[in-house]
Ligand binder design. Sequence first.
Ligand SMILES: Nc1ncnc2c1ncn2[C@@H]1O[C@H](COP(=O)(O)OP(=O)(O)OP(=O)(O)O)[C@@H](O)[C@H]1O
Ligand SMILES: [Mg+2]
Length: 349
Amino acid sequence: MKLSLNLALLLLCYAGVSFVNSLAVMSVDLGSEWMKVGYVSPGVPMEIALNKESKRKTPAVLSFRDNIRLFGEDAQTVGVRFPKQAFSYLLDLIGKSIDHPLVKLYQKRFPHYNIVEEPERKTILFKIDDETSFSVEELIAQMLGKAKEFAEAGAQQPIKECVLTVPGFFNQVERKALFQAAELAGLKVLQLINDYTAVALNYGIFRSKTFNETAQYIMFYDMGASSTTATLVSYQSVKTKDKPYVEIHPQSTILGVGIDRTLGGLEMQIRLRNYLAKKFNEMKKTKNDVFKNDRSMAKLFKEAGRLKNVLSANAEHPAQIEGLLDEKDFKLPVTRETFEELCQISLKG
Ligand SMILES: Nc1ncnc2c1ncn2[C@@H]1O[C@H](COP(=O)(O)OP(=O)(O)OP(=O)(O)O)[C@@H](O)[C@H]1O
Ligand SMILES: [Mg+2]
């Protein structure tokens, strides 16, 4: 998380944003699960924008219900009661066709959505009813609009320009879709920066004085909700002779990147959710199949997220949900060993 917040700030440095017009600029590290927003404004070097709960990161979730649109934690709450009306993990879907493997994986993970093809652009839509559907770009635009609000509240002035992180593995179509989302939110994108470049800069910028002519090699791992990236970076100081005299500059070079687009916290949470659901069914407390009940599955997903975090620091912890299905409660002790076993099986295998 710290890394992500630093990213939000570093983006601004990287883009070489200047403030001659006395305008504030924001940066957004839009992850598939969390959104982190930074801003700079005259007199404020760099600051993390707080959300309405005064937190530095906001769940990238959006909900629509009874003509009310909610974001973040509020939208997550709606999502547990009305799973079809809340949307999350959207970054994975941007700029993709309906037959893309990641769209298929999304449908398998969250089968309660009605995902259809957008006839013209051949991307996807969440179909709510006969009159209402949302494209991924529209939903992400609304999240960026929210980021803009947070940054404007912090900077105390309007913001029109931004720098956005983009997963380094995004292709041109995916990048263009992100640009379009920003445009829909009324934002001009000064720069898209690969997330691993931002990570490398974040590390180097505070250590540049320690670099010398011998390269130092550092490997970075970033495991987010949806994907995992390993990046090999070299740091050294280099001499340049652009001017009449020799200058020495710190330099970082991305030497190589390895990516897995399905390995991350979300896959672990889904496995835990499915394990808990299977165990509940085996308890035979009711005749109904918990996998078929959207609301119960949403409750299990939330509990699996909590359990996952607790098990990353504890050897054992109970999963516990009141009235999971047909008013039957669920309680099950889960060990970290069991969780690790669930995570061992390859997604591809
Ligand atoms: N204490 C913890 N133990 C285990 N997992 C955790 C813990 N805290 C956060 N996570 C997991 O880390 C992931 C979120 O990481 P991060 O904020 O880097 O994601 P993101 O940037 O939104 O995702 P991505 O970069 O993949 O799009 C989630 O899956 C979350 O459940
Ligand atoms: Mg991330």
